[in-house]
Design a protein around this ligand. Structure first.
Ligand code: ADP
Ligand code: MG
Length: 325
């Protein structure tokens, strides 16, 4: 870009809450033909709230239940809380999960801990804690050994998640992130968290598509949840890349850009997980309230956290170049 173009662009961008890191970026933005959105914190607010606490396992198999055998009521279906534990089993599951999550900074962890606090469910002590990125957490607590996260986290520990499948699937179809909870090797419950779609996400996706831009979603979340959110904002199911591990996000961007026929990708994200993908993309765009690493890795920052400003960035780029020419 000429110095004049840079100046015009910077002036425009400053008043619009869109910050470009230099004139080259300003020029590149108009050339993009694909926009890849991270889901959590980008298309959605990223403020997770606990929506469901469900019991599974023993209830589904009253005769063959593995937990609380001694306490199983005579009617065969009702499940009595183990006597050394106060309160109902839902609170027990929530309390154990919140205890395990108390060492994590993940938005899911915060939602679970906050819900326990709000419901007056005590959070206990953690002696060992392991965060498994993209999968969940393992913790040794005063409530026992706790696993919370994706099905695979439990399966890898030899715990069958099939008894939770119906519950998990139902919650995921609602666009929620559902996680089985195991305590001392027993599958006991399912927790679900949800997050609101940002207001302008839908209109932004449709305006981009009208421009002829391909719109893709990239997320670590599961397929069903991702598709439900994609449907809510108007992204094609075949453009949903779900269950992508943090370290693999950049590879997906690279794949889209590969070859002579490769796309020119704008990646929009907020998280630490997104940083390598933001760097890999032709144009990386960070949500202003996102993590510092994301902002540092990006070429453009949206100061108002509004996905609609992606479109504004494109318009600014187009207007600036044509004006100067
Ligand atoms: P995203 O790309 O949506 O930010 P992550 O890669 O951080 O997601 O996590 C992917 C999935 O791993 C989550 O949807 C969740 O199922 C599971 N997960 C990650 N961290 C946690 C946690 N602290 N507790 C429970 N589950 C977790
Ligand atoms: Mg995110």
């Amino acid at each position: 870009a000429t110095p004049a173009a840079t100046m015009v662009g910077s002036t425009l961008s400053a008043t619009n809450g869109v910050l470009f890191k230099g004139g080259d970026v300003l020029e590149q933005v108009r050339g993009i033909d694909t926009v890849v959105f991270d889901k959590t914190g980008t298309l959605t607010h990223g403020e997770m709230v606990l929506t469901d606490v469900e019991l599974v396992g023993e209830r589904a198999a009253p005769d063959g239940g593995t937990a609380a055998d001694d306490d199983t009521a005579a009617d065969g279906g009702a499940l009595a809380a183990p006597d050394e534990r106060d309160g109902d089993l839902e609170s027990y599951v929530l309390g154990a999960a919140a205890t395990a999550e108390s060492g994590s900074e993940h938005p899911i962890a915060r939602a679970i801990v906050d819900a326990a606090d709000e419901r007056g469910v005590a959070v206990g002590e953690v002696s060992e804690f392991e965060n498994v990125p993209g999968h969940g957490i393992r913790a040794e607590t005063d409530r026992g050994s706790v696993l919370v996260g994706r099905r695979k986290l439990l399966e890898d520990a030899g715990i069958d998640t099939e008894p939770a499948e119906e519950t998990l699937t139902r919650l995921e179809r609602e666009g929620k992130t559902a996680m089985p909870v195991a305590i001392d090797g027993r599958l006991l419950g399912v927790l679900a968290v949800a997050d609101e779609v940002r207001e302008s996400a839908t209109q932004t996706v449709s305006a981009l598509r009208e421009r002829g831009t391909e719109v893709v979603m990239l997320t670590g979340d599961n397929e069903l949840t991702a598709r439900a959110v994609a449907q809510a904002v108007g992204i094609d199911p075949e453009n949903v890349r779900a269950e992508v591990l943090p370290e693999d996000k950049a590879d997906h961007v690279e794949e889209l850009q590969a070859g002579d026929e490769g796309s020119s990708v704008m990646m929009v994200g907020d998280g630490v997980n997104d940083a390598p993908a933001l760097t890999t993309a032709q144009v990386g765009v960070a949500i202003g309230s996102g993590t510092d690493v994301a902002i540092e890795s990006a070429d453009v920052t949206l100061m108002r956290d509004d996905p609609a400003d992606v479109l504004k960035a494109v318009r600014i780029s187009e207007a600036t170049i044509s004006k100067v020419r």
